[in-house]
Design a protein around this ligand. Sequence first.
Ligand code: HEM
Length: 375
Amino acid sequence: MASASRSFSRALRTAAPSFRTTSTRSSARFVATSQNTFRHQQRGYATEKEGAPDKYEGNPSGLVWGAGALLAGAGVYALYTQKPELFGQTNTKKIFTPRFEDYQKVYDQIAKLLEEHDEYDDGSYGPVLLRLAWHASGTYDKLTNTGGSNGATMRFAPEGDHGANAGLKAARDFLEPVKEAFPWITYSDLWILAGVCAIQEMQGPKIPYRAGRSDRDLSFCTPDGRLPDASKGSSHIRAIFGRMGFDDRAMVALSGAHALGRCHTDRSGYSGPWTFSPTTMTNDYFKLLVEEKWQYKKWNGPKQFEDVKTKTLMMLPTDMEIIKDKSFKQYTELYAKDNDAFFKDFSEAVVTLFELGVPFEQPEDQRYTFKSSFD
Ligand code: HEM
């Protein structure tokens, strides 16, 4: 309110010349009138003594004028706050409400950068962008409704420094120019939008998207240990993904993301890609698990597996669980045979993952589906 009044008086000062002249003239008139009144009052005082009424009878016409002026002032002020453009002002207070087209522009910008920066890893930042979106979301705890993609708290040292998040600075830095170009989007919405873009641009399924995440301060950082540990077994996988609310089928579908990207010795300690096409989303991860023979890799690093035939591909101990565990295995076999079933289940599970713990205003049936470079 106070700043509106300040802008209002500033508007009066800078408004059209005709308005200014009028107001200056009227105040000059006002000064003259008040001086006259003063002189008149002095004379009147003298006259009163000479038989003027000794009781004040009010000044009804003055009151009416005063009230009228007040009303007129209020009217102009109301008009100013509603339509500042009439006073030569632009409405700087107007809040920008991004729509689908605006988010599509952000998507397009990320897609363009992905294409331009093919110098990274196997030729794309796509996998590491997806990993950023997953690690931002995968901290969710359904019991306490804490963690999740709302907040983008990985920007802060406590969470950014968690061992599981090693290397994700590359993804966050990659998105900085996008944040600068579209400052209205929150980091938390941007990271998830980048994950969606990465999947679609690597020829994966459509991932419908909702916006509405807000950035939070470092007090919302989650404790270390909420993301999965690759050296563990099936009960660990179920404990971690169960905490987020997923069932066995969704856990296997989500693991299919390892068709993409690679492990880096300087990040997780593990080494190598899971598939021969680490920048294209396919069901090859499941096919390879089902069809290839896997053995322990002999090396000076953490326990991991390599394919017997070429020794160029890898599997983490947790990856091997989804072919060993009976309940997980049925879905691994299904997805190895049926890419459509994998894409459908993966898309559904990722949409859920990316939305965990976010209090959206945008209804579920009004999610945005972005056009990819392939449409
Ligand atoms: C049991 C569950 C999981 C474990 C233990 C796990 C572990 C790992 C590890 C150790 C890496 C290598 C990081 C590096 O050295 O750079 C990695 C990479 C990756 N993970 Fe997972 N992950 C799991 C689930 C997921 C899920 C659910 C997704 C996505 C939906 C995902 C997406 C990725 C991607 C795309 C990469 C490649 C990143 C890159 O190329 O830089 N992971 N994961």
